[in-house]
Write a new protein. Structure first.
Lengths: 457, 88
């Protein structure tokens, strides 16, 4: 690898064109972390593989490398749009976000590829695995971006340049050279600084920003790099505030008055005051249930039925007991190769089959699998805090199947809950449980809407 | 043992100290147990006049953004002249 570049080269190239991860997706990496999480690593290394998913497809089908290729957006059915484009397609005028019809009219020889999320997830897992050999503080940020916490690595690996070199060499072990050669690397205090540094770096020319240089380095960065609501960025640009240096000139109360929390955060990032440490990523092991069809299935009704069965199986797994579900993912291996996935974050933690499957059914109806399904997969991906209390509301498994929850409004009281209340009454002399009941839910006076009613079955 | 169910209303208002300007707009808010905060902006404002037939209610609600970015819902009780913060 070449030596790292100084910060003299500003982050002037960052913008919607260069930074596909900029925008709301980029914001996920910078969301606040709960206070109970450990502090993580202050110094961050960002590795970014632009158009990661398309490059993976080109590695899989090298014959497409010299043609105009575009990857379709995942999760859309009626109005398919372009997600990522190759250099040749870009030269022909094809851009991410264009409708397929527009793209084909601009480039008649365009090859369109269906996304294969399972393949991309597997590649990310491989990448994370090799990077954890360098540091345990590894945090993926989606779309080919990963942050490494590098605090304390100096004695082990040497200078920042050597640390970056080591990280890239690790990637060479698992990915082909053309893929890794396109990687941009940037190191700075905090994830935002590292991301800006990586986005302004060239292939093989990492950018390293020290603590003292951070504020001046960020001043030339365009406001489009801020991980805030895109509408805020648009408004800033319309007001003629193009760079973080220009943003810094405004007093904090004015920015808060105009943009609320986003304004406050934008100022903190632009001055280098806000340093988001890299935090080790803990991925909960998902509970997975799958169903292989004897013949590929294309009928949505059949898939809905299969989804119900999978939800029952996943919910009745011992690993789920005592935990409510907050996130689910449904996927499929498709006939003739390829995969399809939809995800849903549940409004409230639940262990009710119907509440878990309903959002997935809607998503499946809106964006059905593009081809017939060979294997349907359901994953319970995130869970509420482990608690014995959620188990109180579960119906006992009958004949190996979970038959859903009890309806307290209809007077159904789970025996486990009755026992728990009896025990509490013996200990405390009264039942300390309450239920939330609706009083006058449409009242204009907030304190009239709901109340707590003592619960003593 | 008493088995009569008891009810506790949710979303009860909490009294706060507010310094208002000459137009009655809140300028500083002190929520008990927290430092006083300046009101950066009032996002929304509406009035409720209700229940005149029993115990009249007359409130002006404001959704305010404080200088630390926190968003709160305040109301000014026009009958008592006092300020409250309320959820919901």
């Amino acid at each position: 690898m070449g030596g790292s570049r100084s910060v003299a080269q500003r982050a002037s190239t960052i913008g919607p064109g260069a930074g596909t991860a900029i925008g709301p997706e980029a914001g996920t990496a910078f969301s606040p972390t709960p206070s109970h999480v450990s502090t993580g690593s202050r110094r961050a290394l960002c590795l970014w593989l632009p158009t990661f998913e398309l490059r993976l497809e080109l590695v899989r089908s090298p014959e497409l490398d010299t043609t105009s290729v575009a990857l379709l957006s995942p999760g859309e059915s009626t109005r398919r749009t372009i997600w990522q484009v190759s250099e040749r397609a870009h030269e022909a005028g094809v851009r991410p976000g264009q409708l397929v019809s527009q793209a084909i009219s601009l480039c008649t020889s365009l090859t369109l590829l269906e996304p294969d999320p399972a393949h991309y997830d597997a590649a990310v897992d491989t990448m994370l695995e090799v990077l954890t050999e360098i540091t345990p503080v590894v945090e993926p940020a989606g779309h080919g971006r990963v942050f490494l916490g590098t605090d304390g690595l100096d004695r082990l690996l040497g200078s920042p340049s050597r640390q970056i070199d080591r990280a890239l060499r690790s990637l060479f072990r698992v990915f082909p050279s053309p893929l890794v050669a396109a990687t941009r690397a940037g190191m700075a205090p905090g994830k935002f600084g590292a991301w800006v540094a990586a986005a302004s770096a060239g292939s093989g020319e990492p950018v390293v920003v020290t603590e003292d240089q951070l504020a001046s380095f960020l001043s030339g960065c365009p406001v489009g790099a801020l991980p805030v609501d895109p509408l805020v960025v648009q408004r800033l640009e319309r007001l003629g505030i193009d760079t973080l240096g220009a943003l810094r000139r405004f007093p904090e109360p004015s920015l808060i008055a105009q943009f609320g929390e986003d304004g406050k955060n934008a100022l903190a990032w632009s001055t280098g005051r806000r340093i988001d440490p890299v935090r080790p990523w803990h991925r909960p092991r998902p509970i997975r249930a799958s169903l292989e069809f004897p013949n590929p299935v294309g009928l949505v009704d059949t898939l809905h039925g299969a989804l119900d069965r999978l939800a029952e199986r996943a919910l009745s797994r011992p690993a789920r007991r005592g935990r409510s579900v907050t996130g689910v993912r449904m996927g499929a291996h498709l006939e003739g190769g390829g995969s399809w996935f939809v995800e849903s974050v549940l409004r409230e933690p639940t262990s009710d089959r119907e509440r878990i499957t309903a959002p997935l059914r809607v998503k499946m109806t809106m964006s059905p699998p593009p081809k017939a399904v060979e294997t349907l997969i359901l994953e319970l991906t995130s869970f509420g805090a482990p608690s014995v209390q959620t188990g109180l509301f579960d119906r006992k498994v009958e004949g190996g199947r979970d038959t859903g929850g009890y309806d307290l409004d209809k007077g159904e009281i789970p025996p486990t809950l009755k026992d728990a209340v009896k025990e509490l009454k013996l200990r405390l002399g009264h039942s300390p449980l309450y239920r939330v009941v609706e009083m006058d839910p449409w009242s204009r006076i907030p304190e009239r809407r709901h109340a707590l009613m003592s619960f003593d079955p | 043992m008493n088995h009569r169910p008891t009810l506790k209303p949710l979303g009860q208002p909490k009294a706060v100290t507010v310094r208002a300007d000459e137009h009655g707009e809140p300028v500083h808010v002190r929520i008990p147990g927290r430092p006083a905060r300046r009101v950066a902006v009032v996002r929304e404002c509406w009035r409720i006049d209700d229940e005149w037939w029993r115990r009249p209610i007359s409130r002006v609600y404001r959704v305010a953004v404080l200088d630390d970015g926190k968003v709160i819902t305040l109301y000014h009780d026009l009958l008592e002249g006092t300020w409250y913060v309320q959820r919901g």
